[in-house]
Write a protein that binds this ligand. Structure first.
Ligand SMILES: *[C@@H]1O[C@H](CO)[C@@H](O)[C@H](O)[C@H]1NC(C)=O
Length: 467
């Protein structure tokens, strides 16, 4: 009985300490130049314009459908602001996928960012406007990584994470330098936020392997400099999906990128960004966007297909269910509720509840919480436990969960709610949020600010500090 009560206390305090002691959202770094900055010699008041071509291809050997290919070409400019910082922009982006072309893709171009390069080494944080899309930021992270020159075998941080880099530098005639580097990406730190259903063990920061052993990946980069200015670079990344691979066959994704200097012009526009924010240069995995929901019809016809498939005992039912879960992952909570209401008396009710639990998004969580207010619709224990496995919590889902918490809240709900907040912080960083504060208040209030009245309560607070 005692442990049953100690756990929520421990968790509430752990969450509380996590939030109260966390640093506030960071403003942009000042990029003060230190030491000798002589690896690069980009001149301030000059704009270096590059041509960028990148191609990804997915190969699944034995597959009958065509290989997936995606090509991006764009213009990239680098304008030195000081000897250790530069403005990076992406313009004229064209994405093509086979014969389909998307021109001037503003979602990719976004706004200029400010990067720091100290003596050839990329500063691990850069400055971007708050409105820049995740895609655009990742493209800029990738480009910025080409402006890092690994000169010795040690750790470097860039889009790939913090990686040990094997490198060879060849100094040629006429100020030419060639740098070849290799990274075994499975050894890179901070690059993986494991959002998979594969059980993982505890995380050892010192281990040589820092990734789930599902993908074997590497990156080879060649950079050519002339008089300390990057003339061209080319990168080759390979990702082998191990469970489907056999001696190099199977599922392989390759990414080939080339960037080359086309001209140098004059210019010294200052760096301007709306609500500048400091961000890590490491790749950020996509997580739930609220702007691109699938439409209600698609969702409803997916439910209909599963129902029809179950009724006729079709062999492709598993495929239909998987398809439904994928669509639920891209649906808004309102559409999910509407669909539930129109299908609940038919085959779709129980089915949708299961799909909502499996989808584990903020939107599906919000829908589940609202449905749980009608008695008997959702198994509450199952709902509380599922909070801990949510992939993309939103502030609205945290607020919704807050409506379930009262002083009699069961342990599983408190633990789940804490895990939900933890996941939100992992994905979005820690900031001031009234939704999170509201939920934490509800969890911590019954603790009476740690003013213990009995020995038993004192013990609980003691345990929590020990944690
Ligand atoms: C990059 O350059 C290499 C070597 O010239 C070439 O094989 C590769 O196809 C190029 N990749 C792209 C995306 O243009």
């Amino acid at each position: 009985m005692t442990t049953g009560k100690v756990l929520p206390t421990l968790l509430a305090l752990a969450v509380y300490v996590n939030v109260v002691l966390a640093l506030p959202l960071k403003t942009c770094p000042a990029f003060e130049c230190t030491g000798s900055n002589d690896v690069f010699a980009f001149e301030p008041k000059k704009i270096y314009t590059y041509n960028l071509e990148t191609q990804t291809s997915n190969i699944l050997s034995g597959a009958t459908v065509n290989q997936g290919k995606l090509h991006l070409s764009s213009e990239v400019t680098l304008q030195a602001v000081s000897t250790c910082s530069a403005i990076l922009t992406v313009k004229k982006a064209i994405i093509s996928n086979g014969d389909k072309k998307h021109q001037g893709s503003t979602i990719i171009e976004g706004s200029p960012v400010l990067i720091g390069i100290q003596n050839g080494q990329l500063v691990s944080e850069f400055c971007a406007g708050k409105a820049d899309s995740l895609v655009s930021l990742n493209v800029k992270r990738a480009i910025a990584s080409f402006f890092q020159i690994p000169v010795e075998k040690k750790q470097y941080t860039d889009i790939f994470g913090t990686c040990e880099v094997e490198t060879t530098v060849v100094n040629g005639a006429d100020g030419a330098t060639e740098v070849n580097s290799y990274r075994n990406l499975n050894g890179c730190k901070h690059r993986e936020s494991i959002i998979s259903s594969i059980p993982s063990s505890s995380y050892n920061f010192e281990a040589n392997v820092q990734s789930a052993p599902v993908i074997k990946s590497s990156a080879r980069i060649e950079q050519k400099l002339k008089n300390k200015v990057l003339e061209s670079a080319s990168g080759h990344e390979e990702y082998h999906f191990v469970p489907y691979s056999n001696e190099g066959n199977g599922a392989i994704i390759t990414v080939s990128t080339n960037i080359s200097l086309v001209r140098t012009t004059d210019g010294d526009a200052p760096f301007v960004a709306a609500e500048p924010t400091s961000l890590s240069v490491i790749f950020e995995a996509p997580h739930g966007s609220s702007n691109d929901f699938t439409n209600l019809k698609t969702l409803q016809s997916a439910v209909e297909s599963v129902c029809a498939s179950i009724e006729s005992s079709n062999v492709d039912t598993a495929y239909q269910v998987r398809n439904l879960i994928q669509i639920v992952r891209q649906s808004s909570s309102n559409d999910l509720l509407k669909t539930f209401n129109s299908f609940k008396s038919k085959c779709g009710g129980k089915l949708l509840i299961d799909a909502l639990l499996s989808a584990a998004t903020g939107q599906s969580m919000e829908a589940l919480v609202r449905l749980s207010k009608t008695k008997g619709t959702v198994d509450l224990d199952q709902l509380y436990i599922s909070l801990a496995f949510n992939r993309h919590p939103t502030l609205a889902s945290i607020k919704a969960v807050g409506t379930l918490v009262d002083k009699n809240a069961p342990r599983s709900l408190i633990l789940g709610a804490g895990a939900l907040v933890g996941k939100y912080h992992e994905l979005h960083g820690v900031g001031e949020n009234k939704e999170i504060d509201g939920l934490l208040d509800k969890i911590t209030k019954p603790l009476d600010n740690c003013n213990t009245k009995t020995h038993e309560e004192e013990d609980k607070v003691g345990y929590s500090y020990a944690l």
